[in-house]
Design a protein around this ligand. Structure first.
Ligand SMILES: [Zn+2]
Ligand SMILES: [Zn+2]
Ligand SMILES: [Zn+2]
Ligand SMILES: [Zn+2]
Length: 471
């Protein structure tokens, strides 16, 4: 659907900048049921006039107090007057935005009569009772027209032909639901983008069903530390003049006898299973140090979309991603494994999988992304994934609390869905140098961390090598 653009960067504007397709009509045929406002407007005018001609006028104005005169101008004429003079008037609904023309919020019905096409217009800033039928020629909202016809083609019950009175009620109500859903998703998209601290923008689209934004999900940019858990900030950093050149034994990875994880281009070059130690706030190097990748956050524009085959929401990239690039972190609430056990029973009943055991060395903590998380919350499982999990240490060197970073396992095309293996296994033979103890088998037998689940969940990933069950 629509790419995020600079418009939404304005943010926070409520209805403004929302539905994206802004479109106007010449403003024919308006507005009923607004008598009260009309009167107010007229009173104002009189007062003003009264002052100018002096006493006589004043007296006239007084005589007119409490007396109402039918305004000879129509609503439309008053609005046109405002527009001609470039005046805004809240009572008349003439805002800075629609000063020149009316703004179509969405189209909610469609009919044909006498060879002409008419659309029922919901006007932005007006109640449903003010909807009016407009001939096609008055409408300049090509995007919304196209949208309506697309929706019509997909309406439940098959395509319909409009009669002279409009569409069947089930279809017109579907159109309204779709329009309202789009608005809700647009608002959610704005909210996500005003909350994100990373460079990559987030788009949202659902061209599949009537699902709106998820309830009870809060976007966060870093771990939310649960009760009774403390992160110990790092006390030392490196003194390198060139971190990359120090790679052999020095710099931050060297301090813990680990390898420098990246090449000059910031692509991960160590194999999965090995930990990544990035430079931190105590290091002498600056933000351009090649050992700072995950900490810079998501840089790709991504899209949360509704999948068409019962896998709920998914995430796809809107730009090409090179192999071995950092894509996103798996973020959520850090809780103890006992707490995870408790929550897991609840989640299992709901059939959701958001618990990710941090079992890099021992299984003490779990990331719960069910209610607090970033875009990774929406990334689906695949048995043939394009993302791979790495354990990362930056400001916190406690090995029980790694950060979980997802890197591209292969080049990913723009538009491709991003997935990772919820039940990933790293070949232990190949992992002799990882620091782990025997506990790694506890949560689904994954060497590196993995979201866990107890129930047997059928896999719908569609990969040729699909294992058929998630767990
Ligand atoms: Zn260094
Ligand atoms: Zn460093
Ligand atoms: Zn550095
Ligand atoms: Zn599968």
């Amino acid at each position: 659907m629509r790419r995020p653009n600079s418009q939404s960067a304005r943010g926070g504007g409520g209805a403004k900048g929302g539905a994206g397709a802004r479109c106007m009509t010449g403003g024919n045929g308006k507005k009923k049921g607004e008598k009260k406002k009309k009167k107010k407007k007229k009173k104002k005018k009189k007062k003003r006039r009264g002052r100018e001609p002096g006493k006589k006028g004043k007296k006239m104005a007084e005589n007119l107090k409490g007396c109402s005169v039918r305004c000879k101008s129509t609503w439309l004429q008053l609005q046109e007057l405002c527009r001609a003079r470039g005046l805004r008037c809240a009572a008349l609904g003439v805002t800075r935005r629609n000063l020149v023309e009316f703004e179509v919020e969405y189209l909610c019905d469609y009919k044909r009569s006498g060879g002409d096409e008419f659309y029922l217009v919901k006007w932005r800033g007006y109640p449903d009772s003010a909807n009016t039928w407009e001939p096609r020629k008055n409408l300049r909202c090509r995007g919304l027209l196209k949208q309506l016809h697309q929706d019509l083609a997909r309406a439940p019950g098959g395509p319909v032909r409009p009669g002279p009175r409009g569409l069947p009620p089930r279809v017109s109500s579907y159109l309204v639901q779709k329009a309202e859903q789009r608005q809700a998703l647009r608002r959610w998209e704005q909210q996500l983008n005003s909350t994100r601290s990373h460079r990559g923008r987030i788009a949202v689209e659902n061209e599949v069903d009537l699902h709106g934004p998820p309830r009870d999900f809060v976007y966060i940019n870093e771990y939310k530390v649960g009760a009774g858990i403390q992160l110990t900030p790092v006390a030392v950093g490196c003194e390198c003049s060139d971190c990359m050149a120090e790679a052999a034994g020095g710099c931050c990875p060297g301090a813990s006898h680990n390898k420098f994880a990246y090449n000059e281009a910031g692509l991960v070059r160590i194999r999965a299973g090995l930990p990544i130690y990035e430079c931190n706030s105590r290091c002498r190097c600056g933000s351009e140090c090649p050992n700072r990748v995950v900490q810079k956050g998501i840089r790709y524009n991504l899209c949360i979309f509704r999948t068409g085959n019962g896998r709920g929401w998914g995430v796809r990239t809107m730009e090409r991603i090179r192999k071995n690039s950092f894509v996103m972190e798996y973020i959520g609430e850090i809780i103890t494994s006992e707490e995870a056990e408790r929550r897991g029973q609840v989640y299992d009943r709901q059939g959701a999988t958001y618990l990710f055991d941090l079992d890099y060395v021992e299984d003490v903590y779990t990331v719960d992304a069910a209610h607090y998380g970033n875009i990774s919350h929406f990334v689906n499982h695949s048995c043939d994934p394009n993302l791979q999990v790495y354990n990362v240490f930056i400001e916190n060197l406690d090995e029980r609390l790694p950060r979980i970073a997802l890197f591209a396992t292969r080049p990913i095309r723009a538009g491709e869905e991003l997935t990772f293996d919820y039940n990933m296994h790293v070949d232990p033979v190949d992992a002799e140098s990882t620091r782990m103890d025997s506990n790694f088998g506890l949560a689904g037998g994954a060497l590196s961390s993995s979201p866990r689940s107890r129930g047997r969940i059928e896999c719908k990933c569609g990969a040729a090598a699909c294992r058929k069950y998630l767990f």
